[in-house]
Design a protein around this ligand. Structure first.
Ligand code: DGL
Length: 266
């Protein structure tokens, strides 16, 4: 098969990466996509970097078996602690969500004060701080782990008083740093955008790292002449390591459309 018509491989710790697939489909409606979610072992956000690196290699191998042309690491936690091992193993282009998110944040901020919210693993890694400081050493970065956001998004509590209370707990202290830009550095947080918007000061711009990654992937593929030339409906394939209860219902909320057939693979 021509390289350009091969699918883009996307992997995540579970279901959350479907928000990144949604962004990819928005920017690249003709691309075939193979998605792998490690639903049997999610969450990655509270696990040690060593374990996440081990899992990330296994996730990469699943996608390589599907003959993908590039790999998008949708999971912020993996992008933060394991992008190097994925790149080394893959031998094809690999894009994580951190650099696109960091680039969008440095472009957006006016006062040079950027907030990052993500899993404990992403925040502890300082990966966003390092990426932003490399792009613009004058920018200041303030991180906040928001571990309860992941189950709230999966439960669909996007408009619930409890979610607003928890968001205030996490975000009020962060906003005290006078940030004017806030990066949603987790696959799940785009679902909580409305609540986050309500809780942070109006002058704060929200950056969706998955959305920024969609733009980066489009640019990379078009510069390399590797965009899929076919204008037929793309082939979307979803693989997971376990099919938990309510999987389709939750997945459709993240993807923003019907999931279709989901297959097990590990
Ligand atoms: N996909 C993870 C991330 O973006 C969130 C869920 C998890 O902790 O595995 O960091």
């Amino acid at each position: 098969m021509e390289l350009s018509s091969r699918p883009i491989g996307v992997f995540d710790s579970g279901i959350g990466g479907l928000t990144v697939v949604r962004a990819l489909l928005h920017h690249l409606p003709n691309e075939n996509i193979v998605y792998f979610g490690d639903t049997a072992r999610v969450p990655y956000g509270s696990k040690s970097p060593q374990v996440v690196r081990e899992y990330a290699l296994q996730d990469t191998d699943v996608l390589l078996r599907h003959n993908v042309k590039m790999i998008v690491v949708a999971c912020n936690t993996v992008s933060a602690v394991a992008l190097d091992v994925v790149q080394k193993r893959a031998g094809i282009p690999v894009v994580g969500v951190i650099i696109p998110g960091a680039e969008a944040a440095t472009r957006t901020t006016k006062n040079g004060r950027i907030g990052i919210i993500g899993t404990q693993g992403t925040i502890a890694s300082n990966a966003y701080n390092n990426a932003i400081r490399t792009l613009n050493p004058a920018d200041e970065v303030f991180g906040q782990a928001c571990p309860l956001f992941v189950p709230l998004a999966e439960e669909g509590w996007t408009d619930h008083a409890a979610t607003e209370l928890i968001a205030k707990h996490y975000l009020f202290p962060l906003a005290q740093n006078k940030i004017d830009t806030l990066v949603l550095a987790c696959t799940h947080y785009p679902l909580l955008k409305d609540v986050i918007r309500k809780v942070v000061p109006q002058n704060v711009t929200l950056i969706d790292s998955g959305e920024a990654t969609g733009r980066t992937v489009k640019k990379m593929l078009s510069e390399a002449g590797e965009l899929n030339p076919s204008s037929m409906n793309p082939n979307l394939q979803f693989f997971v390591s376990d099919i938990p209860l309510k999987f389709s219902e939750v997945g459709e909320r993240f993807l923003g459309m019907k999931l279709g057939r989901v297959q097990r693979e590990s």
